[in-house]
Design a protein around this ligand. Structure first.
Ligand code: TXA
Ligand code: MG
Length: 337
């Protein structure tokens, strides 16, 4: 199968493929999604096959506007209107109770709830509109790889397996959306993202807890998908605390290990290495934008025995960054033993 790259003037062509049950990857502000018509169960099955994704991990239904959710949602949480007004379109996925049978179990993993998101990307909103149906969209990577933040990453993983990719350059945020469970009384964050816990609490005026399963990876998760390690670079990753950089570099030298660095410009100026991925600037936003791209680049270069990665405080966007970095590092920090 030839995988076509579509530009903005070819959205209609891409939509026709989706209507026809084929798979087209689409850009969002977070990461690229692997799109299929959410109303065609056979197409949705293909998404799992192409990614090599476990089929009990439910998908996000991407909509072009809030009213597209009404066909499926059984009841909305009282705070829904406020949330939508502030955060849609945007990197916030909402879980609602759905009407029985309104979505295929292939989409929901057989749950009585489903995840909805209106992405903040004009091309993709137009694509959904022209398709005339919502699109499921897990990240458009092969399972086990970092989520794709450029069309080229998607092409690298899935060329020959999907019909097309709608190209919109590099994504702005770089990690997947915040997942907020609104199916119970208390809104709960199941996955941290760029809509932060602090921002939600400020807007809603209530406490918005993080699901503790975020923290304890080994427990049985509330959302089936949360138990899977999302990506694991072949090169092992170690997180380096600010006070440990010097020691870590000395350790690597003593052990004759080649180190790849995934770091801010400030850290890059202090330490040299054959292989270095430097974030655009020292901010957490730049680090988050570069994280997956950097992990891919360092892993594919195969120049290093170990990747040393910059850590950030675990609040605001830093919580999302550290959540993804910890998974890539299998929770491992450098420690001198
Ligand atoms: O930013 C994003 O969210 C990207 C872009 C493409 O929109 N998509 C994405 O999809 O990250 P995916 O499939 O990789 O992540 C969906 C997450 C999974 O953790 C899944 O378990 C959870 O949402 N999820 C889906 N339906 C759920 C439900 N009914 N209850 C709880 N969690 C659910
Ligand atoms: Mg994913």
């Amino acid at each position: 199968m030839e995988t076509k790259i579509f530009q903005s003037d070819q959205i209609e062509e891409a939509a026709a493929l989706l209507r026809n049950g084929e798979l087209v990857a689409f850009p969002t502000e977070t990461v690229y999604g692997l799109g299929a018509n959410a109303l065609l169960a056979e197409s949705v099955k293909q998404v799992f096959a192409v990614k090599g994704r476990p089929s009990d991990n439910p998908l996000i239904v991407h909509v072009a506007n809030f009213s597209m959710t009404e066909e499926f949602v059984e009841s909305y949480h009282p705070l829904t209107e406020t949330i939508i007004k502030h955060f849609w379109p945007g990197p916030l996925t909402l879980i609602f109770k759905i009407k029985t049978g309104s979505l295929s179990p292939v989409v929901t993993g057989g749950l009585s709830t489903a995840a909805f998101r209106m992405p903040d990307n004009k091309k993709t909103l137009s694509l959904i509109g022209k398709t005339g149906a919502p699109l499921v969209g897990p990240s458009a990577n092969t399972s086990g790889k970092p989520s794709p933040t450029t069309a080229l990453h998607v092409y690298h993983d899935l060329s020959g397996k999907i019909s097309g990719i709608l190209d919109d350059g590099a994504t702005e945020i770089g990690v997947e959306s915040t997942v907020l469970d609104l199916s119970g009384d208390q809104p709960t964050i199941l996955r941290p993202g760029a809509v932060t816990q602090e921002a939600l609490q400020e807007v809603l005026g209530v406490e918005v807890p993080l699901d503790k399963h975020l923290v304890k990876e080994s427990e049985t998760p509330k959302a089936p998908g949360m138990k899977y390690k999302h990506y694991s670079p072949e090169t092992s990753v170690l997180m380096i605390k600010p006070e440990d950089w010097q020691k870590a570099m000395e350790w690597a030298k003593a052990k004759d290990k080649k180190v790849g660095l995934l770091v801010t410009p400030t850290t890059a100026n202090k330490y040299t290495s054959a292989d270095c991925f430097v974030f655009e600037d020292d901010t957490i936003e730049a680090a988050t934008r570069g994280l997956f791209s950097g992990l891919r680049a360092l892993d594919e270069a195969k120049k290093s025995d170990v990747i040393f990665a910059e850590v950030f405080p675990e609040d605001h966007l830093g919580l999302a960054y550290m959540n993804r970095l910890k998974k890539a590092a299998a929770q491992n920090y450098f420690s001198e033993k």
